[in-house]
Design a binder for this molecule. Structure first.
Ligand code: URP
Ligand code: ZN
Ligand code: ZN
Length: 460
């Protein structure tokens, strides 16, 4: 199948230029002017539209077990919703449970994805139980294309890693060309604050945020950066939300250290005020780190514009309000942590970022596709529009209006954190490896067509 995308403006992290683009099979084979339509099986008119690389979301939790149930999007519904929002590749988190090998965790998550995913997917490995054998096994993961490892400094007794474990993982990952992704919150201090709040019968959702104050993220971020420096290894801070954490990343980068960080749309567009929504609706925003007071947003936007933050991912981890979030009525610590966002990332970053002139069009592409591809070993196969790259493409109408709503979204969750927000800019066609999988509001892809992405080493 040869598809000609005609007369669009091709946008990469570096350029924006009018061109015709020819896709043959799964690959972009030509970019130029005056392409002959007769050689194509199909022509997509992209006049007045942008042609962007497919979005890459490097932080998702699809089909993730939590407190007896699972996050409500599996690999099929999640990657389908991602495609509707212009994201064609995700990197999800396989979890090593206590006593398990990394191979077991890897195969467990492959089984969740294979035969279901609509778009391509890679995996990070969450390590919760580290010993000599597991340290050794990290090499086998890297050989199999799992080149990044997540550690938690929060959730004591469940996922939390101590400093020794963190240090050893950093040294090993660094020597293997891998990257450690860090959930940086001081879990011990948070546990004390949660127990104190519950003892005082402070049970509403807003106490989730009050018991995880910004300083606990700032401290853990600084500590993880120091451990990475001691280990001589790169580090990637996930879902950075607080200005104190950003200050620590900036200082490390200013000293030339290989420190990287992402933030997520929820920290840019929502705030701690959302926890005040009545009738337990604040539970919809219970995630970790929590939403912050509004003043943190300006710091994050500055970090995105200056380059101190390198990527925008979603931390998509949806739980239905009915039946899942409600488990925490009367005890905020029992509210499943996480919120949906896999479908809304590009809409929000284009409308609120490019549209509001906070970031350029090129930076939008860099943050949502190119930098994630480079950091996580997918570039140049993914993350750009170039001859030889996978034809993961989004034809983007910069003037289309769209309303974000649970009534129309494709995520398998009963609420949308941005309910009723009108955005400008929307995809008209989404291609994954040369196949049009979304056209307007029609899904044309297939369950199970997504492929596992064997990633290369860290490319910071
Ligand atoms: O609240 C969150 N972020 N849930 C997903 C798990 C994690 O920590 O990333
Ligand atoms: Zn996390
Ligand atoms: Zn996460």
């Amino acid at each position: 199948m040869r598809i000609l995308i005609k007369d669009g403006t091709v946008v990469t992290a570096a350029d924006a230029y009018r061109a015709d683009l020819l896709v043959d099979g799964e690959t972009i084979v030509a970019i130029g002017r005056g392409a002959a339509e007769a050689t194509a099986d199909r022509v997509i008119d992209a006049g007045g539209k942008y042609v962007l690389p497919g979005g890459i979301d490097v932080h998702t939790h699809l089909d993730m077990p939590f407190g007896g149930s699972n996050s409500s999007d599996d690999f099929e519904t999640g990657t389908r919703a991602a495609a509707f929002g212009g994201t064609t590749s995700v990197i999800d988190f396989a979890i090593q449970y206590k006593g398990e090998t990394l191979q077991k965790a890897f195969e467990n998550w492959l089984a969740r994805a294979e035969g279901k995913a609509v778009g391509d997917y890679g995996l990070h490995l969450v390590m919760t139980d580290l010993n000599d054998a597991i340290i050794d096994e990290m090499a086998s993961m890297v050989r199999q294309g799992v080149t990044s490892f997540k550690l938690f400094m929060a959730y004591p007794g469940v996922f939390m890693a101590d400093d020794a474990m963190i240090y050893r993982a950093l040294v090993r990952a660094g020597s293997l060309g891998g990257l450690v992704c860090m959930h940086a919150e001081n879990g011990w201090v948070i546990d004390v604050l949660v127990r104190e709040a519950l003892a005082k019968r402070q049970t509403e959702p807003r106490h989730h945020a009050l018991t995880r104050p910004p300083i606990t993220e700032g401290e853990a971020t600084q500590r993880s950066l120091t451990l990475a420096e001691a280990a001589g290894a790169p580090i990637y801070i996930v879902h950075l939300s607080a200005s104190q954490a950003l200050d620590a990343v900036c200082a490390a980068r200013d000293r030339g250290l290989p420190a990287y960080a992402e933030t997520c749309p929820q920290y840019l567009f929502l705030s701690a005020e959302n926890y005040e929504e009545p009738d337990f609706n604040g539970a919809k925003y219970v995630m970790s780190p929590p939403l912050r007071p509004k003043e943190h947003q300006a710091a994050l936007w500055r970090g995105l514009a200056t380059g101190d933050l390198q990527a925008v991912s979603t931390d998509h981890c949806p739980f239905n309000f009915k039946g899942q979030k409600e488990l925490g009525r009367g005890d905020f610590s029992k509210i499943p942590n996480g919120a949906p966002g896999i479908e809304t990332r590009l809409y929000l970053m284009y409308d609120g970022g490019v549209g509001e002139k906070r970031i350029s069009l090129n930076r939008f592409v860099e943050l949502t596709a190119t930098a994630p591809a480079k950091l996580f070993g997918l570039f140049p196969r993914k993350g750009t529009v170039a001859v030889g790259s996978d034809a993961d493409l989004v034809v983007w109408d910069p003037s289309a209006k769209h309303v974000l709503s649970a009534a129309t979204h494709h995520m398998n969750v009963d609420y949308n954190p941005y309910e009723g927000r009108q955005v400008t800019g929307a995809p008209t066609h989404v291609l994954s490896r040369g196949e049009v999988i979304v056209e307007g509001d029609k899904f044309l892809g297939r369950r199970g067509r997504g492929q596992f992405l064997r990633r290369g080493s860290f490319g910071g």
